[in-house]
Design a protein around this ligand. Structure first.
Ligand code: MG
Length: 292
């Protein structure tokens, strides 16, 4: 099932089901309460096929989309250098001084995080960070949404903990990433996590085999498949949950493939007016313009 969050004309947040024909069915729980928060729905463990859809359908074009989880309960977990060709382009760019091709590929997942306040919806502008950064870059990624929480989750059981998937653009200020060593600030500028447009339940997708593409102003920049992840989804969940209890609604950005702006010579960073479009098979297209 494809689910999305939207704002009603009266300013309420609702969760709806997106049908193949572009209609949005506002959802209610079996007891009649409106579904207004995707994480609450995930936590409730209410069967999705028991939700009520007896309100009038809306046209997707007429609703104000929100990110499927507009304000995560805590930081988004993110994975760095999780595609070989991206790890190589990162090294070739000279970003990590002294690093060679031989040590470009990480031996264990590199995990960092972005603050919840970075999340914006499909269609909302990415801040160009004028006067703060000269090197704003895009990173197209598949994002996992955790359903059942837990600590010490073994690889073999990891997919039982995946509620579903969405798309994230792990926008990054490269100059801040480089200068400050730790990636946190560079990844957590306001608006630096476009998320959506929808969340798709895990039964509809094989997260380990999805085409992922990214265009800037219509020019294809990234073109990959999640089967090329260095550390696959079960490994990421096993690693993260070893010492940190995962909770329902946690978001894990799985890493970006080759073709980011810093990988070009000279680099091709984002500028005001650019449009970044990311498509993942079975999820849809996440599109955001760079603005002031
Ligand atoms: Mg990333």
């Amino acid at each position: 099932m494809k689910l999305l969050a939207f704002r009603t004309e009266s300013g309420q947040t609702r969760i709806g089901q997106l049908k193949a024909d572009g209609e949005v069915l506002p959802l209610s729980y079996p007891d009649g309460r409106e579904v207004s928060d995707l994480v609450d729905l995930i936590k409730s463990a209410v069967a999705l096929n028991s939700l009520k859809t007896d309100e009038a359908a809306l046209d997707i074009a007429s609703v104000q989309l929100l990110a499927p989880i507009p304000r995560p309960a805590r930081n988004l977990f993110c994975v760095g250098k999780n595609y070989s060709n991206h790890a190589q382009e990162f090294t070739k760019s000279g970003f990590d001084a002294g690093q060679t091709a031989a040590d470009a590929i990480p031996s264990a997942p590199i995990i960092f995080s972005k603050t919840p306040q970075t999340v914006i919806a499909h269609g909302e502008p990415i801040w160009d960070a004028a006067g703060v950064s000269d090197a704003v870059d895009y990173e197209a990624e598949l994002a996992i949404i955790i359903g059942k929480g837990g600590r010490g989750i073994a690889k073999e059981n990891a997919l039982d903990h995946v509620w579903g998937y969405t798309i994230v653009n792990d926008v990054t200020a490269r100059d801040w990433q480089k200068r400050h060593k730790q990636w946190h600030m560079a990844k957590s500028f306001d608006t630096f996590a476009p998320l959506g447009p929808v969340a798709v339940t895990a039964d509809e997708l094989n997260g380990g085999n999805l085409d992922l593409k990214c265009w800037v102003n219509g020019e294809l920049r990234q073109d990959a498949n999640t089967r090329d992840l260095i550390f696959d989804i079960p490994t990421l969940i096993e690693t993260l949950s070893a010492g940190i209890s995962l909770i329902p609604g946690d978001i894990i950005a799985t890493g970006t493939p080759e073709g980011v702006g810093i990988g070009f010579n000279p680099p091709r960073f984002l500028k005001r007016g650019d449009v970044v479009t990311i498509e993942v098979t079975g999820i849809g297209r996440l599109e955001n313009k760079v603005g002031a």
